[in-house]
Design a protein around this ligand. Structure first.
Ligand code: ACM
Ligand code: ZN
Length: 549
């Protein structure tokens, strides 16, 4: 085959898209990749998917082969055969999914993708890399491959390329707040599918809040019987509408198992967040005796920072939370359990005899150290279940628990401090990664300071002031979708995309490859693809960059 090779690597990757667009015979839209791969060699020619193409999968990659066959099935009408490696193929064309122990240097998520006129090969040292390679192949195929209905008259071609790719960071996350508004299981599964397209790999489910408890706990059924439901809101602050309706819902343990398994098949880890000691009024309303006072609580119907928190002096609270964590640890196979830890007013603790007795008995200096005691005690328990604790950056106050990972949200300074103390960090600052903030100064739904796409894209997760050793503690970055003002799946998608596409590029691609203009050119065809997928993304305006000037 005559090959007109063009190489884009490392520093030169910025030019990759420009080169894509100049390739003879290949449509620009079909060559738009996000996140941009580490190294791309575009060649002349194309691979055309046909009904007799066979997917040949190494042992362990069979499920990914089935996934790919299912992905391309509805639009093409092809029922692609998935065969094990080693079985003789008479078919002219194959898509090989190959486990290659030699590819270890790319890490478990890295992959090589070779698209030639007579076949495709995706290889990686692990199945995660093969899955990501499949996503790249998917983005090389015409956007209409995403159609749920049969599409006639399309040549299902991918341009010939050789791609070598691996992620810059291991943590490429999105958080969905299901506490303020409940999102049905079906939407969570769809959200996971959307993440997979962009190689995002951590879904943080915020499951408990003042305004709702969203996960079934068998030992405490009141949590969802009472805590998952709130009355009609009279506050215009929680809802977009001046007077929001009664609201509720929760995930059964069966739902959670289904979500976790579905996510695993898309190489996404689901991380649960069980908030403590604050943001816990739905639990206080459900289980008596967890607060500092005997007051009767209702699930909160407005948002804000709430003074009602778990009592830190009452053993019953720790027993309760250990019950919850025990069930949660059994449901989520991932490494981490998020315990929140943010926004904990100390008013009740200051007045509570039990909390003050705890401060005295444990020789603590003040209520900040009491919070540190609370979180450290839960860390020991979480570690005993084989999990690691992660919390919002307030867990630095009063002293970090010994092994805790910090999610830096009030800017990046908490992340810097934690990394300097030798703790792992995930960056998710309000200034760059709060996807509930509106997307432009004018004409966009939601509140908060404008957080335009260009600002998300410009975010650098590793602060310049860190030494290389400290910088190694930055696991990656995460976009957070708080839902005080987001009621529907359509609205959630609108707030998430395209900003999550920018997040994908800044967490996956080499920093040297970043170029906003180039990203926008690749983004538009991908958003058209998402339209076909039924995803309600915001479309960038012609002067999008001016939002950051
Ligand atoms: C937060 O936004 N309160 C973590
Ligand atoms: Zn108390």
């Amino acid at each position: 085959m005559r090959c007109k090779a063009m190489i884009a690597a490392g520093m030169a990757a910025v030019f990759a898209a420009a080169m894509y667009f100049s390739v003879e015979g290949a449509g620009a839209a079909e060559l738009s990749l996000i996140p941009i791969p580490e190294k791309v060699v575009v060649k002349a020619g194309e691979f055309v998917l046909t009904a007799d193409t066979v997917i040949v999968a190494d042992r362990g990659a069979g499920a990914i082969g089935e996934y790919l066959a299912k992905l391309v099935g509805p639009a093409t009408g092809f029922k692609l055969k998935v065969a094990g490696a080693g079985t003789k193929q008479r078919a002219k064309k194959t898509i090989k999914l190959r486990i290659d122990p030699e590819a270890k240097s790319l890490g478990p998520e890295g992959y090589k993708l070779k698209v030639g006129a007579s076949g495709v090969e995706i290889s990686s040292s692990a199945t995660a890399g093969i899955f990501h390679g499949v996503q790249t192949l998917r983005q090389l195929l015409p956007a209409r491959i995403e159609s749920e209905a049969r599409v006639e008259g399309v040549k299902w071609a991918a341009p010939c390329v050789e791609i070598t790719d691996k992620p810059r960071f291991r943590w490429r996350g999105l958080m969905l707040d299901t506490g303020r508004h409940f999102f049905p299981k079906e939407f969570v599964l769809k959200y996971i599918d959307e993440m997979a397209l962009y190689k995002l790999n951590n879904l943080h489910l915020h499951l408990t809040e003042d305004q709702g408890w969203r996960i079934e706990i068998k030992k405490h059924p009141e949590l969802t019987k009472i805590g998952a439901w709130r009355g009609k809101s009279t506050s215009k602050d929680l809802f977009l509408s001046p007077s929001g309706p009664a609201h509720g819902g929760f995930y059964t343990q069966e739902d959670i198992r289904e979500i976790v398994a579905y996510a695993a098949s898309r190489y996404v880890t689901v991380m649960p967040e069980i908030e403590m000691p604050g943001h816990s009024q739905a639990a206080l309303a459900s289980v008596p005796g967890l607060a500092c006072t005997n007051q009767k609580f209702k699930v909160l119907t407005h948002w804000g920072v709430n003074k009602e928190v778990y009592c830190a002096g009452n053993e019953k609270v720790f027993e309760f939370l250990q019950d919850v964590i025990t069930e949660v640890a059994g449901l989520f196979p991932g490494e981490y359990i998020h315990i929140g830890g943010d926004e904990v007013p100390k008013d009740r603790w200051k007045e509570c005899p039990k909390c003050q007795a705890r401060i005295k008995a444990e020789r603590l200096k003040d209520e900040n150290e009491l919070q540190s005691y609370f979180v450290s005690r839960m860390e020991k328990f979480i570690n005993s279940k084989g999990k690691k604790l992660i919390g919002w950056d307030e867990i630095l106050e009063g002293g970090l628990p010994p092994r805790a990972t910090v999610m830096s949200w009030r800017g990046i300074s908490g992340g810097i401090e934690a990394a300097r103390q030798g703790h792992d960090v995930v960056m998710s600052p309000t200034t760059a990664l709060y996807f509930d903030y509106k997307q432009a100064a004018e004409g966009e739904p939601n509140v908060g300071s404008p957080l335009p796409l260009c600002r998300v894209y410009a975010f650098e997760p590793v602060p310049a002031e860190l030494t290389p050793q400290e910088a190694a503690h930055i696991l990656g970055a995460q976009g957070n979708l708080w839902t005080e003002h987001v009621e529907t799946p359509e609205h959630a998608e609108y707030m998430t995309y395209p900003r999550a596409a920018a997040l994908a590029e800044l967490t996956w691609s080499p920093a040297s490859a970043k170029n906003f203009g180039d990203f926008l050119a690749r983004l538009n065809p991908l958003l058209a693809r998402m339209d076909i997928m039924g995803v309600n993304s915001r479309k960038p305006k012609a002067d999008e960059q001016s939002q950051c000037n």
